[in-house]
Structures are given as C-alpha cells and as structure tokens.
Ligand binder design. Structure first.
Ligand code: RP5
Length: 186
C-alpha cells in the first residue's frame, strides 16, 4: 500500500510473471498518492479466492479494481461477475499470442457485466492507474487537481518537444542555405 490510508484500489494479477509490467501501474498510483493493495490471484488457479476477493471488495473499502492477466484472461471478467465496483482489465502480453488473446477475452464481456479494458501491456498498466484515479477523482478534488496537472505537464512536454524539433529543422535549413550560397559563390 502506498500510505497508511485504507486501500481504495485493488490491483490483482493472475501471476507473479505479470508483476514486471504492473509495476508501472503501481508507480502511477504512488505518484498520485492513491492508496492501493496488490495481490496475485488467478481466475483459473485460485478461483474461490478470486471470487471471495471480489465479493468482499466493496465492504473492505475498495472503490475500483484493476485486474491484469494474460493468455485466456478471465480474471477481470470473473471479478466483475462478483462485484458492482468498476473493474478495469489489463491484458498482459504473455503466451504465444502476446496479448491478443488476453485483450479479446478481457474486452469481449457479455452484456450486463462490463470490464473497462485498457491496451495490452505497459501502456495499459499505466492507463489503468490513471483511469482508476479518474474514477476516484469524481469525489476527490485533490486528486482531480493532480490529474489536471498531469495532463498539463503532458501538453507542456509535447510542446517543448515540438519547439525543439522546429529549432533543429530551422538549424538544418540554415546550414543547407549557407552551403548552397557558398556553392553559388564559387
Ligand atoms: C495468466 O497466465 C497470468 O496472468 C499470466 O499472464 C499468464 C502466465 O502465467 P504464469 O504461467 O507465468 O504463472 O494467468
């Protein structure tokens, strides 16, 4: 957990082999100062434990669940079957199909049991943290301000990269022009 507050976000993974990628999710939650707990729990290997976690999540104070799994990824769906909390699914790029299987099994939920599915792998892990924080921010102004700052920082970063690119291009054009002029003078 990031701090002494009761966890608001439950982060589940199907296997310890998902941890390397899911560290990116935790890193963002830490950055935003959101309280969380992390568990390994598998829809297939520990089905009863997974169902029990989902059934008791709301009464334990959790507000959003992030579930990451690979291959025939049923973790997020099984969690969503047992709770009315919002569930965010992160497809992991494991196995022969490198996440395509996990993406489809996470996103293609039957009507009535939604899983908010993010992209495969690292970008999905980060986006899951941001999306979960956005859900909490609906009733938390401090978090909303941090998210707004984060968006502004991203925009600033793109603008400064663009400014640098324009400078580089201007410099190149100047070098080319000078080279051309000196050639013409010969
Ligand atoms: C899934 O199977 C896990 O989420 C993991 O992505 C994948 C492989 O698990 P391990 O065989 O590495 O434990 O359940």
């Amino acid at each position: 957990m990031s701090n002494t507050e009761k966890p608001k976000i439950g982060v589940l993974m199907g296997s310890d082999s998902d941890w390397d990628i899911m560290k990116d999710c935790i890193e963002f939650l830490d950055k935003f100062g959101v309280s969380y707990e992390v568990r390994i729990s598998s829809a297939h290997r520990t089905p009863d434990q997974t169902a029990e976690y989902a059934r008791t999540a709301a009464e334990n104070g959790l507000e959003v669940i992030i579930a990451a799994a690979g291959i025939a990824a049923h973790l997020a769906g099984v969690i969503a079957a047992h709770t009315i909390l919002p569930v965010i699914g992160v497809p992991m790029a494991s196995g022969a199909l490198q996440g395509i299987d996990a993406l489809l099994s996470t996103v293609q939920m039957p009507p009535g049991v939604p899983v908010a599915t993010v992209g495969i792998g690292a970008s999905g892990a980060k986006n899951a943290a941001i999306l979960a924080t956005q859900i909490l921010a609906l009733k938390d102004e401090t978090l909303a301000e941090k998210l707004a700052r984060h968006k502004a920082d991203m925009a600033e970063s793109v603008q400064s990269k663009n400014a640098k690119l324009q400078d580089d291009l201007d410099f190149q054009q100047t070098v080319l022009r000078i080279a051309k002029e000196s050639q013409n003078q010969k």
